[in-house]
Design a protein around this ligand. Structure first.
Ligand SMILES: [Zn+2]
Ligand SMILES: [Zn+2]
Length: 70
């Protein structure tokens, strides 16, 4: 999918899956570590998905602190 060309480009779309990122470094990180890979870990509270256990733990702490500390 191509972005519309009616204005300036405000995002960096992934050439593989079309997800858009505001920063080129974010897109590069996505391509390197995330794109095309299945999300192995999913948050049991909100469904947030990540490929890394560490990232999921960080998510629990930041988004569900009440649950994680029990
Ligand atoms: Zn992608
Ligand atoms: Zn969550």
């Amino acid at each position: 999918m191509l972005p519309s060309y009616c204005g300036q480009i405000v995002a960096f779309p992934c050439p593989r899956c079309g997800r858009e990122y505001k920063h080129k470094t974010s897109l590069q990180r996505h391509l390197r570590y995330y794109c095309g890979k299945e999300s192995k870990y999913a948050c049991k509270y909100c469904g947030h998905k990540t490929n890394h256990e560490i990232a999921l733990l960080a998510h629990y702490l930041s988004a569900h602190e009440d649950f994680a500390t029990k």
